[in-house]
Design a protein around this ligand. Structure first.
Ligand SMILES: NC(=O)c1ccc[n+]([C@@H]2O[C@H](COP(=O)([O-])OP(=O)(O)OC[C@H]3O[C@@H](n4cnc5c(N)ncnc54)[C@H](O)[C@@H]3O)[C@@H](O)[C@H]2O)c1
Length: 283
């Protein structure tokens, strides 16, 4: 079998969750490198804003990734639009929920699971046939460092991100011997709108913080910008990585998962306490 180029820059790509954050930065980066980009999101205004930032060919599509039938329609539309074989599919759209397990609101957890897990599954199933027909291309599914470790108040998010990792790892093995690859992305903290868009009913630690305050705390400890994240993800895909860790904290989480598989949170909670103390001092 001829060895295919892993280069995706300059070739068509599809990105969900492109109205904000990492998805928008991926669209800007790859479009800037000459890729025709198909961008999709449930947020039409944000999607239009992203499209306006791109100078090359764009196919912009309002899509709720939870809708399996609409993902299939989107894939059909893409077949019509594609100016060349599809190089990469970024199933990136995602949301967050903060709550204790005991206090979880089932419809919030369901919203998260439908978006973060089933959205990725529907996107993979809709676009995989296009790549298999070409015998070329890469499916890039966004998990998280919370797909490596379980974190308090993030039970649904962790469950969905662990599930994406399992789903994508299984797919990778099925694709052995073909020209199609499956990649799992594990970002650490990235400064995006994820915490501001999260569902939050009450401070899970009982400290009375508002959602705004929780989001600001999250953003203060993030180590990586969305543009930097997009660059790491893009380079990782082109280097043929099966698993991409994004940001220095992602490497720390990955190491802790191996070194201290049952005691990692003792280390993380100490680091978090130190960061919070530093935040208080700097106010
Ligand atoms: N920001 C972080 O620290 C971080 C860390 C690990 C993983 N991630 C993951 O990275 C991905 C991108 O998130 P981000 O940080 O850029 O957040 P973001 O909130 O800035 O962007 C997420 C995008 O997904 C879209 N979206 C939400 N629900 C959707 C739906 N049903 N259908 C279509 N689009 C939908 C939103 O409208 C938004 O534009 C997510 O999967 C997230 O879980 C983020």
């Amino acid at each position: 079998m001829p060895r295919r180029s892993r280069r995706i820059a300059g070739r068509p790509v599809m990105i969900t969750g492109a109205a904000s954050g990492i998805g928008r930065s991926l669209a800007r980066r790859l479009s800037g490198l000459g890729s025709p980009v198909a961008i999709a999101d449930v947020d039409e205004a944000g999607l239009n804003a992203t499209a306006a930032m791109l100078s090359g060919p764009v196919f912009s599509r309002v899509l709720d990734v939870r809708d399996a039938a609409d993902q299939l329609r989107f894939a059909d539309e893409m077949r019509e639009w594609l100016p060349a074989p599809l190089a990469a599919v970024f199933n990136n759209a995602g949301v967050a929920v903060t709550s204790t397990v005991a206090g979880a609101v089932p419809e919030d957890d369901d919203w998260l699971f439908q978006t973060n897990f089933w959205g990725v599954v529907h996107g993979t199933r809709a676009f995989l046939p296009v790549l298999i027909e070409q015998d070329d291309g890469v499916i890039v599914n966004t998990s998280s460092v919370f797909g490596l470790l379980g974190m308090p108040y993030q039970s649904a998010y962790c469950a969905a991100k662990f599930a994406i990792r399992g789903f994508t790892d299984a797919l990778r093995q099925e694709l052995r011997g073909t020209g199609v690859r499956a990649v799992t992305v594990h970002p650490g903290g990235i400064t995006t709108n994820i915490a501001r868009n999260a569902r939050f009913r009450t401070d899970p630690e009982g400290l009375g913080r508002t959602k705004e305050q929780m989001a600001a705390q999250f953003e203060a400890v993030t180590m990586t910008s969305p543009d930097k994240a997009a660059a790491i993800i893009h380079r990782g895909v082109e280097h043929g990585k099966a698993r991409i860790l994004v940001g220095p904290d992602a490497y720390l989480f990955d190491a802790l998962a191996r070194i201290a598989p049952t005691h990692y949170y003792a280390v993380i909670s100490r680091l978090q306490a130190g960061l919070r103390a530093r935040q208080r001092e700097s106010v």
